[in-house]
Design a protein around this ligand. Structure first.
Ligand SMILES: [Zn+2]
Length: 303
């Protein structure tokens, strides 16, 4: 069973929010032919994409060709739009979340969806994660590492985290500092993109800081390297040495295969670095290639 946890999706009918609500630099999608489109973000061309980004049937063909059983669909991060008016962003998030739920319904045993929320207003984000999980059947949400200068451990975000725990939403994040958040919500399921960035490499220094300073210990009772093992990380690091560090430091059970399909930096075929690793048990390999993703998403019974 191979699950590609890190893939992106955008609806082909992507509204022009700037036209409707005003404001410069909204993410927009302009068709560039029958199967191609251009994403613009912050007033600049961001990326040329094709129908792999929005067409579930096309994705299924690629998945079959590359031996992928399940893809986890998440929004393209430039569409988070945290700096715009929350009411407009809620509308955009709902449209994306509905589209992702629709795409998963094309092949419910092959796709799992993650949505997006207007995190700049935590109460609206909480309401939308609840709708996404309980009404649309998404497994959780994807969020950025920062919300308009606020880190993810900002107290203002508590209503959002509480609701994620309450509805059992999995959360896919880019690297960020986690101080005390997991002390408050030990059952929160967070997965960081790109092997957690530099975070796993920094853990010995963070442990040393924790040991040396009582005020750091006051914020979090647990050693950073222990807390790190409560989190999950995707394996998109392109490199055997990086993968060995992740396995040694965090454990194979915390690692989730993801490829960044369909973008140019994607790993081809998905899971190539895991396949190339020596010395793994059959279980460790199967866990990283698929079982850990399903467990993280709360979907292990369905597949
Ligand atoms: Zn990505």
């Amino acid at each position: 069973m191979k699950v590609d946890f890190h893939t992106h999706f955008i609806p082909q009918q992507f509204p022009d929010m700037g036209e409707k609500y005003g404001g410069e630099g909204w993410p927009t999608l302009l068709q560039a032919g029958p199967c191609q489109a251009d994403i613009y973000h912050a007033g600049k061309h961001y990326r040329r994409i094709d129908d792999r980004s929005w067409d579930p049937e096309r994705r299924l063909k690629d998945m079959d060709a590359e031996g992928i059983d399940v893809q986890v669909l998440s929004p393209i991060p430039v569409t988070f739009a945290y700096r715009f008016s929350a009411q407009a962003v809620l509308e955009l998030a709902q449209l994306q979340n509905d589209a992702i739920a629709n795409a998963t319904s094309v092949a419910p045993t092959r796709f799992i969806g993650l949505g997006t929320v207007p995190l700049q207003v935590p109460d609206l984000a909480a309401a939308e994660v609840r709708r996404a999980v309980t009404s649309l059947g998404l497994a959780g949400v994807e969020i950025g590492t920062q919300v308009e200068g606020k880190n993810l451990d900002d107290p203002a975000l508590e209503p959002f985290w509480r609701t994620c725990v309450e509805v059992g939403a999995a959360v896919f994040v880019h690297p960020a500092v986690m101080s005390g958040l997991l002390d408050r919500h030990p059952t929160l399921r967070l997965c960081f993109a790109h092997g957690g960035g530099t975070f796993p490499w920094l853990l010995p220094r963070l442990d040393q800081t924790w040991r040396a300073f009582d005020d750091v210990k006051a914020v979090t009772a647990n050693r950073p390297s222990e807390t790190a093992k409560l989190l999950s990380y995707d394996t998109l690091t392109y490199d055997l040495m990086n993968m060995r560090l992740l396995i040694d430091r965090l454990g194979a059970e915390r690692l989730i295969m993801g490829s960044d399909y369909p973008f140019p930096l994607r790993e081809v075929p998905p899971g190539a670095v895991i396949d190339a690793l020596d010395g793994l048990s059959h279980k460790e390999r199967a866990d990283m290639l698929g079982r850990n993703a399903l467990r993280f998403l709360g979907r292990e019974v369905l597949f």
